[in-house]
Design a binder for this molecule. Sequence first.
Ligand code: SF4
Ligand code: SF4
Length: 264
Amino acid sequence: MKRLRLAMQLAVMVAAAMAGVRFALGRSVTTVETYCPFGGLETAYAFFTRQRFTCAAGETNLALFIALLGLTLVARKAFCGWVCPVGALAEWEGKLARRLFRRPDLTGAWRVPARADRMLRVVLRAAVLALVLGATWTTGELVFRGYDPYYVLFSAHGHDVRAWSYALLGGLMVLGLLLPMAWCRYLCPLGAAIWPLSAGGLLRLARDERTCTACGACDRACPQLIEVSRAGIVRSGECTLCLECTGACPTDSALELRWAGGKP
Ligand code: SF4
Ligand code: SF4
């Protein structure tokens, strides 16, 4: 599963980079933002109120966003852990930070207390989501482009990308080293939008207390800093089903995926 996930993350990343370059070279009319489900949410208001699309966002974005909602209802934030190239880069950066700062886990150089972390995840991401949607729905423009790491990274210097966009991206990358997954944890508006559905997602990790040795390896492996070893069932809306915890668990049957309501 680990290899499959890596292959999927790499494939999406290569496809996104190729889409950006092909558009920039004039070999394709499809921009990299066509494949972004967040564009579906950005254009939803205009579509459902005026039967129009916002700027370059279109039916593909809307269909992808609706498909993402379905996926999240079943597999929580699997999109973030298996598909999103920004999530993949953030995760790899977190692993690099663990080596650089010689941490036993993925907390990075700056440790945010668990309670503050939970609060910041909700408040900051909701604020970014409200700002982006408010500005997009009022102006009818995709105002988020220049700030969006996905677009800045993969659009091959696309429309609305300025020097400050790269400076902001650089700042986010430095922040990601000090505070791994900072973008995903505190700033990503798409993460905020799907979080409520993810919390109720049907596939969950369950820990078997009879076989768990309480070694904590799962906690140290989790990129989302979920305390798996203290949960009976991982209900956190942050779980991306990346399965890093099951991979790190030394006990075969202590962690397994289960449907909500399923019997052990
Ligand atoms: S709990 Fe396990 S599957 Fe969920 S995000 Fe953490 S490591 Fe990944
Ligand atoms: S890694 Fe496995 S055995 Fe160790 S605490 Fe987590 S679930 Fe229990």
